[in-house]
Design a protein around this ligand. Structure first.
Ligand SMILES: Cc1cc2nc3c(=O)[nH]c(=O)nc-3n(C[C@H](O)[C@H](O)[C@H](O)COP(=O)(O)O)c2cc1C
Length: 298
């Protein structure tokens, strides 16, 4: 599956991943409180493309009642297949409010949040975890969440303190999977088809985040489909087209700026001066042309 990434896994990118065979995608993290305050930016992040099959968004918050109320509103207005709860974000502005990974220090509250969202929406609830916040306790949290009715757990094999440093510990992910009966999906450091296969051999699902940036065809490759150079370049251009259409109301210049993170990833092997020149372009046809040249073939 495609793991959520704030600033990247918007509807156009999720749709590209699905078209290449991702079984499941999740939207970017949105704070429940911002939805209850009717934040326009928050609600914009929840928009789904009519062709998306996954229809899963991710909410974060510290207060189980607030998150359940926001989830019910989202279900009423957007229509979902499942809700994903963030108990893995390590960012100071999130954990200092008691949200994200900080919830792992309070398994009872984390469990109340899952039960509350399930009761308020009737939807399956999946949860993103890390190995722990102030201590390593993913197994204990997983038990509590399973008891509370979670349908699936996605575990990033690092503690919150590790942020993105060191290597993700997939043995620890497997330990969580062995402790519960619900499906467990691991995330962390899957960059190649080989990485994907060795993780699958552990008997857990695999979610890919950074490894799919500039490479939505990754999901086809893990199914042993070959995606040649021409198909990759066409896919990058199709992503740009979907992106421009999706953000048409913000104008081309805004939309191209919002595409820069993806563009940088698509141009990972382009010479540095080509990349900087491309990142400064303000016309969509010129960006499309660059993608047609510099997206790597293999
Ligand atoms: C830029 C960025 C944004 C992210 N945003 C989210 C998010 O909104 N919600 C979430 O659960 N995880 C988020 N993550 C974590 C990823 O889903 C994933 O667990 C982590 O990056 C490890 O996987 P990877 O090595 O495949 O990137 C984010 C990661 C990155 C790099």
């Amino acid at each position: 599956m495609l793991a959520p990434m704030a600033g990247f896994t918007d509807a156009p990118f999720r749709l590209m991943a699905e078209r290449f065979g991702a079984l499941w995608t999740v939207g970017e993290m949105v704070m429940a409180g911002s939805l209850l305050r009717e934040s326009v930016a928050g609600w914009r992040l929840l928009r789904l493309h009519p062709e998306e099959r996954s229809r899963v968004v991710q909410l974060a918050g510290a207060d189980p009642d607030e998150v359940a109320r926001a989830a019910a509103l989202v279900q009423e207005r957007v229509g979902l297949r499942a809700i994903d709860l963030n108990m893995g974000c390590p960012m100071p502005k999130v954990v200092t409010r008691g949200a994200g990974a900080a919830l792992m220090d309070d398994p009872a509250r984390a469990a109340r949040m899952v039960a509350g969202v399930r009761a308020a929406t009737g939807l399956p609830v999946s949860v993103k975890l890390r190995l722990g916040f102030s201590r390593v306790n993913a197994v204990e949290v997983a038990w509590a969440l399973e008891q509370a009715g979670a349908a699936l757990l996605r575990v990033h094999g690092r503690t919150a303190q590790q942020r993105y440093g060191g290597r993700a510990d997939w043995e620890a992910v497997r330990e969580v999977a062995r402790a519960v009966r619900i499906p467990v999906v691991g995330t962390g450091d899957v960059r190649s088809v080989e990485d994907y296969r060795t993780r699958r051999e552990l008997g857990v699902g695999v979610a890919v985040a950074r490894g799919a940036l500039g490479r939505p065809w990754f999901f086809a490759e893990v199914r042993r489909e070959r995606v040649g150079a021409a198909a990759r370049r066409a896919a990058a251009q199709e992503h740009l087209r979907l992106h421009l259409a999706w953000y048409a109301d913000r104008g081309e210049v805004w939309a191209l700026r919002a595409f820069r993170g993806h563009l940088k990833a698509y141009l990972s092997v382009a010479p540095a001066e080509e990349r900087s020149r491309a990142l400064a372009l303000e016309r969509a046809d010129e960006v499309a042309e660059v993608l047609g040249i510099w997206v790597p073939g293999t």
